[in-house]
Write a new protein. Sequence first.
Length: 554
Amino acid sequence: MFKNLFIRGARFLFHRQSSVLSAAVILMITYAGSMVLGILRERVLVAHFYSCCSSSLDAYIAAFRLPDMIFQLVVLGALSAAFIPVFSEQLVKDEKLAYRISSAVVTILVVFYLFLAGIIFIFTEKFSLLITGGFTREQIHLMSGLTRIMLFAQGFFLISDFLSAIIQSHRRFIIPAVAPLLYNLGIIAGVVFLAPIMGIWSAAVGVVIGAFLHLLVQVPLVFRLGFSYRFSLDYRLAGVKEIFRLMLPRSLGLAIYQVEATVAVFLATSLPAGSLTIFYLSQKLMDLPVRLFGTSIGQAALPLLSEQKAKTDETAFRETLISSLGEILYLALPATAAILILRIPLVRIAFGAKTFPWQATILTGRVVALISLAIFSQSMTQLLVRGFYARHNTKTPFFIALVSVTVNILMGTGFIYILSWGVTGLALATSVSSFIQASLLLVFLEKQIGGLLTKETMIDWLKMTLAAILGGITFWATMKFLDLFILDTSKTFNLLFLTAVTTLSGLVVYFFTGRILKIKEGNRYLEVLSKIRKINRFFSPPPEIIGNGQNLAS
């Protein structure tokens, strides 16, 4: 019995997703689990460190900046823009050559990462002084030590994210989506068990543990898919050259984002202690729906878009983009309304431990309100940039990112130093620049392939916007009624009940308004969910036997 259960469970985890939406829904489900753990992780950090030592918590958050910077530049530029499109196309033509290319790229980037990490490790304090605006000497010293530890975690992530890319290119999405759950569990375990002994250092140790688990869980599947690593620095392979050619503009684009993030750290650390933590926590709340809807659908769509481009099927490529954009907006628009209206209850539930003061809760709520306006545009961006990458065009997103980041930095600096809006100024600048970026990406992609901004598409999006506005009004009215006349929201259970009932009522209004307006995306999600309910389909034996070098069954 247990053997049977294990085998069926493995088949479910290794199952190949046949459509963008089914893959995206699987990613959303696992991201939702990661989201819950992510909120728990931040709550644990706030509970342990905000009241007693918010300056140390600021240092911990700032310590991510340097390791994350080199990771983004070295790895994400290759993965999102170059590796998956090239690897997916090569898999169709020659699987052995595809794995030779992947081995060479991984090896070259690991060597490059070790070189950069070594420089950061040696000169950490100097770099830390350069990117912070108002840290004390003690905070700089603490930040430097935490940064050195986190460099090891990013090394694990480098390899792990390449394994994720290989698995996703085979249209398997469950295992890579489970990996972040283990990462969050590692940080939570580190803080809970080691904080009494190590203080804020426990969080950094937890990051390393979580990153290692993120890598470990993906190893069995990637080898089962036929991957065979061979040490190689063969940069002369055509596929390797193509990846690095595509990677350069994307890495430059990511460099711009890193400048943006570093400037945000500099500005936030020049404000009162705890400001960086509040901005970070607000970003995390905003990132949840972006990851849940935008990133999941964008990731699920990229391998298919790359295949369609390889087959020069422009009609299918365009249809995939249009349907995926609609599916993103169908979820992102009501999420924007929900977080905007429910900002204070959500902040209290997510971070409102006894050690998180009411004044900090109110300020965080204001920041969340402003930054939540970026949810739908950032979600769209996750797909739109991948539309360019699938076409081997990384230059256009780079120049658009340059415009967006410039606007963000100029506005954020002006809001803080001229208008004295504090950390709320950073949030508003983020939302405005995000909308500009999504709009420009959409316009330039329309120029390349045409047929995106049709009258039918615009009417569909307007219908969703109207439904989201009606849902938002319902959110607000339900929350006010329960808060004023029914519930004492100073109690945690009542607060949870208010949030749940308010969310449900607003979503019901949104869904049925969508039915009345005949928004087709709602029917698509219902179809996929009805299939997922038939869980036996996912646990049933695959039509192919897995062997060395063979793909898992569809």
